[in-house]
Structure formats: structure tokens, C-alpha cells
Design a protein around this ligand. Sequence first.
Ligand SMILES: [Zn+2]
Length: 455
Amino acid sequence: MTDITRQIKQKAEHFLHILLNVFPRRHLLAASVVAACLVGLIIYPATDAEAKKQLAVKITLPVDLPTQELASEELDPPLRWIEQTVGAGDSLSTIFSRAKLTAADVYKISSSKDGKLLRNLFPGESFRFGLNAANELEQLHYIQSVLLSRIYSHDGDSYSSKLVELIPDTLLTYREGTIDDSLYLSAQQANLPDKLIMELANIFAWDIDFVFDIREGDSFSILYEEKYLNGEKLGVGNIAAASFTNRGKIYQAVRYTDSTGNSSYYTPDGLSMRKAFLRAPLDFMYVSSSFKPKRFHPILKRWKAHRGIDYRASTGTPIKAAGDGKIIASSHNKYNGKYVFIQHGNNIVTKYLHMSKRAISRGKRVKQGDIIGYVGATGLAEAPHLHYEFLVNGVHRNPRTVKLPQADPISKSELAAFKLATAPVLTQLAQNQAPAEFALNGARAANQAGSTSAN
Ligand SMILES: [Zn+2]
């Protein structure tokens, strides 16, 4: 064996040795996958069908360990390892005592330089105790998550520590669905995780009222992040781009992180998806899980008669402030029941009636989306519902169709960077979409044309 190959072999063995020491035993398999990666193999866990829909955007080396620093901590003879998982109510003392360590050991490590980082433990975190032949604590691994650990090493009379942070691979996954029941059920059928269904609705919450506007035949397509570490799926990340076709209008959104580090969703033209008012002041998840668009008769047909929209929802459903503003009334009477009014700027007031409980008092400022109360049937109400009114200069307007202020565009100085960063993602979304939708995409999407008001 030449010197160089011996060196490479030693380095690889050393790397593996570090991995085995850093990770709990259940990651042994993962570690061998990393070893495979080192010789140029990358293994994806997806099936062939899935793999087709997954597009790698960023392949980082699966493990980014500070190997140089760890090298000096390699110990001979090897340590004996004990694992402990943090349970509810556990403190450092209870965990140390389970590992047969003493109060003196607890004191020594918690009074070390980074000892205070061990004060707030959370259930599900874990510890690995590395004991030497004399049963002294040489190394302590505080494993906060699969990606985040801190390693405390015996250092003279105390302990020094190092953060070990792993960077997962991010793959983009495509899903699409057509609504024939509720958005929730259709999204579930499309294998979209719950978290993403909610996020999808949140992205379009300023354009689409997910309670009243959703119809059979509406469709969505979505490109979202999945995180992998050493070929093991960790979970889902953010939606990178999404398209929603509501009653023939296509809305598109793409995620962009600006130069100040703020991430938000924009139209492909660079207009913010966020607007001054939400289309619906409550989450569709509470309302629509049981309704079928085909046989749904919105009470809003009576809008002209009673100057508001009624959202049927069960008692206790959270009600959100439709926009930023100031609470000008939070009270109750025999008609409105418990109610809250919000003043937005100079000329717009929103009203929320029949609450079971109010969550805010008069004079307080609210941000869009803040919970101001809960659905109920107080006052003149036959069944639990939210009665919602929208007044412009004292005149009742239909909140579903009123023209709202235009969204802020992305700053001119960022536009070029925005286009550059989002074009590939939008192209991926379009290429994955079914041919019919792809063809439609050639035309300008509804939210690109500048008009965002529903009909
Ligand atoms: Zn009403």
C-alpha cells in the first residue's frame, strides 16, 4: 500500500470512527451510507416513481463535521457509552443519576463555560455519556436533534464544548391534486402532509376565501422541500412554489429570501402575496373539512339582506384579525352577542359578531392574523357562526369582492436577483404540471395580471 492510499484509508476509517462516536447506534446504517457517499455513490430512498418527481436542487456533502477539532479528542482506549433520553420533568441531575453519575459530575459540567446550555432540556432530546476505564465522564454528547448536537469534552479540570451541526440534503418534491371534495381531503389524497395543506392555504389566503370560493374542479400543484440526512428522510421543509386554480383563475406563488434574510411568497412578477386584508377571517381547516362544494349552499346568498358574511363553524373556532388595526370595540349586547370591531387605517372597519369568547380588549393594537376571539352563538344567532362585516367609509361592502389595496412589489434593487432565483423553481413547477394546466400556464396567471379581486 502506498503512503497516499494508506492515508486515505486511515482518513476514511477515522471519519467513520468519529461518526460512530458522535451518533447513537441507530445511525450506524446511516453512517455506512455516508461512507458509500464518500466513494461517490449517492443513494436516494425514493421509489422510481417518486424519484422521477424529485429534483435535486442542492446536494451538500451529507455530513459536515469539524473533523480536525474532533481528531484531538480521539481517545484510546475507547470509551464506554451510556445513552439517556430526556423525558418530561427531567433535569440534568435526574438524567445524570440514571447514568450512575454523581452530583459532583453535574456540578462540574454545568459550571463549565457552556454549562448553562444544559439548563433548558426538552423531552425527546438525548444524552450520550462517554466513560473512561475509571468510570469518569470524558465526553458528553447533548443531542438536541438529528441535526444539532453539542459535544462536551473533559479538558483539564473542566469541560470544553463544541457545536456539531449537520446540513441536510434538500430535494424538491412535486404534488398536484384536483378538488372533488374539500381542499383538505383532496390534498390528503395527493399525499400532501397536513402541515403543507395549511401552508398552501396560507400562501393564497389573501386572494382566495378557502371557505366560500373553493369549487369542485379547482386544482393545485405544489413544489416543496423534503429534507434528507444520509438518505434518511427527516421531514418536509417549505413550499418552494405553488399554483392554485380557483374557478378558472390561476394564482401562482414562489418563495424568495431577500437580501435581508426575510423569506416570503411573491407572484412570478414579484408582487407580494401578502395584502392588507385576509379574504376570510378564519382558517378553512375548521370549516371546510365536512363540506362538499357541490352541495354547499353558502349563507352568503343573503349578503344584501343582512350586510355581512356568515361563516358556519363550530364553537371555539379561532377568529383572526383580517388586517392590522386597533380594537375600537370589544363588548356584548343582546343582538351582536359578544363582538369585536377593528379600525384599519382611517377608512376601513371590520366587525366580528356572535363570539363565544373575546380574546382582546378595546384600545389594543392587532396584527393581521392575531386571534381576536372564538366562534359562538351569542346574541341573535341560531347556530354557532361568525358574522363578519367590512365597512369602507361607513358603508357596508362585500369583503369577498371589495377591491383591496394593491400588494407591495419587491424592491427594484432586488428584482433582478428575484427573477434569477425564482425562474428555475417556476420552470420546475410548470414542467411537472399536467399538460392541460401547463398549456394554461402559457397565458398570464390571474395574479400576474394585476387584478386580484374575486368576481
Ligand atoms: Zn350574519
